[in-house]
Design a protein around this ligand. Structure first.
Ligand SMILES: NC(=O)c1ccc[n+]([C@@H]2O[C@H](COP(=O)([O-])OP(=O)(O)OC[C@H]3O[C@@H](n4cnc5c(N)ncnc54)[C@H](O)[C@@H]3O)[C@@H](O)[C@H]2O)c1
Length: 356
């Protein structure tokens, strides 16, 4: 299979702690170039990962004909623009979530994908967690056999906590200031609400994206009700997910690990999953299956592989799809729905508060 010659844009936290360690050790992936506006940091990371070329801007990297594809984690204000530029320059792209900070930006990125014929995968690592794969297979099976009856309700609880869990992967730092990026968001959103909107979006985009995948809901999702506090973050959002009521509980707790679980209720049982702390390597989500009826039972099947890291499997998937032409599990076109829903949730929230 062909080797994918990859360029990486942005050398911050996610690059150094997660993506570069993974991509630099995946067979069939060769890291050939880096781009980082903070050149002192870029040089340190280049040396650590032994990457041949360092560019300052993503534009310079995109002009390199030896780069087949790029991966980018440059911050949500700028990485959508970088992804779009990369597609138009003829490169396939892996980007960190969220894909876009507005529906207009999402559509511009999708248009670039169509025009260029290149492909964009968005970093929704929960879809690559071996425990969540087991949930998806189990839900699919129960839906096709009907053995637990119809799906009646779905809930996702996400109060966050410690997501890093002492991960000791080394990280280079710099005294160089972070690059300034002009603020952007939906054109209807008042500027003073942007930070709250982005705070909610960048966290719960994962949760909504996961629920849509579990239920094969695609774009068949609408917002039923929104009840968020003044902080624009804490509360409950109710969605209609392909005809099923789905509740997203958002909030904060100073928990020593990651407080997130998802439960899919059937008339006669449930499938439940507990998310691992995100950066706790080699630990997939835990799964519980409850069957009601004459012979009540709980089972806790172990995912396969039993020990694996969602982010590494996500990176392997990206490289595999580029090598084989297989479709991405978290493609840009599907992700557009998440961006749409966040605009709808925030519009409803701000209308209720009389801000709009
Ligand atoms: N999937 C997850 O679980 C997860 C977790 C945390 C963060 N993220 C996402 O990862 C992204 C990056 O987060 P981070 O914490 O690594 O950010 P960061 O601020 O630590 O790093 C971003 C880096 O990109 C560089 N940069 C900015 N613009 C650039 C440009 N035009 N060209 C080259 N370099 C540029 C900055 O100098 C910085 O070093 C965010 O979008 C965030 O939403 C995802």
């Amino acid at each position: 299979m062909r080797t994918v010659r990859l360029g990486y844009v942005g050398c911050g936290f996610m690059a150094q702690k997660v993506h570069l360690p993974n991509l630099s050790t995946i067979p069939g992936c060769e890291l050939v170039a880096l781009a980082e506006l903070r050149q002192d940091l870029g040089r340190k990371v280049q040396q650590r990962f032994n990457i041949p070329r360092l560019y300052r801007s993503h534009e310079e990297l995109l002009a390199d004909p030896d780069v087949d594809a790029i991966a980018v984690s440059a911050g949500f204000m700028i990485q959508g623009q970088i992804a779009r530029d990369a597609l138009l320059a003829g490169k396939d792209v892996f980007m960190e979530k969220p894909m876009a900070v507005s529906l207009a930006q999402a559509d511009a990125i999708l248009e670039a994908e169509r025009q260029s014929g290149r492909r964009l995968m968005v970093g929704y690592m929960k879809r690559y967690d071996a425990g969540n794969e087991l949930v998806k297979e189990t839900v699919d099976r129960f839906r096709s056999t009907g053995e637990l009856g119809p799906i009646t309700f779905v809930r996702n609880h996400g109060f966050c906590g410690d997501w890093i869990c002492g991960l000791d992967t080394p990280m280079d730092t710099t005294e160089e200031p972070m690059p300034e990026v002009p603020a952007q968001g939906p054109e209807w959103l008042p500027a003073e609400c942007l930070d709250q909107y982005l705070g909610y979006l960048q966290q719960y985009t994962h949760n909504i994206n996961l629920l849509r995948w579990f239920l094969d809901a695609g774009d068949d999702v609408s917002v039923r009700s929104v009840d968020l506090d003044d902080d624009g973050y804490t509360g409950v959002v109710v969605l209609d997910l392909a005809g099923t009521r789905a509740v997203i509980e958002s909030g904060m707790i100073s928990h020593y690990r990651w407080d997130e679980h998802t439960q899919i209720y059937f008339r006669h049982g449930w499938v439940k999953t507990w998310a691992p702390p995100l950066l706790l390597k080699q630990v997939p989500a835990e799964v519980e299956i409850y069957r009601a009826g004459d012979e009540q039972s709980f089972t806790r099947p172990i995912p396969k592989p039993a020990w694996s890291w969602s982010y590494r499997r996500e990176a392997e998937h990206f490289i595999h799809c580029l090598q084989t032409g297989a479709p991405f599990r978290s493609p840009a076109a599907d992700t557009r729905t998440d961006v749409r829903l966040f605009e709808e949730i925030y519009r409803a929230h701000l209308e209720q508060r009389g801000v709009l």
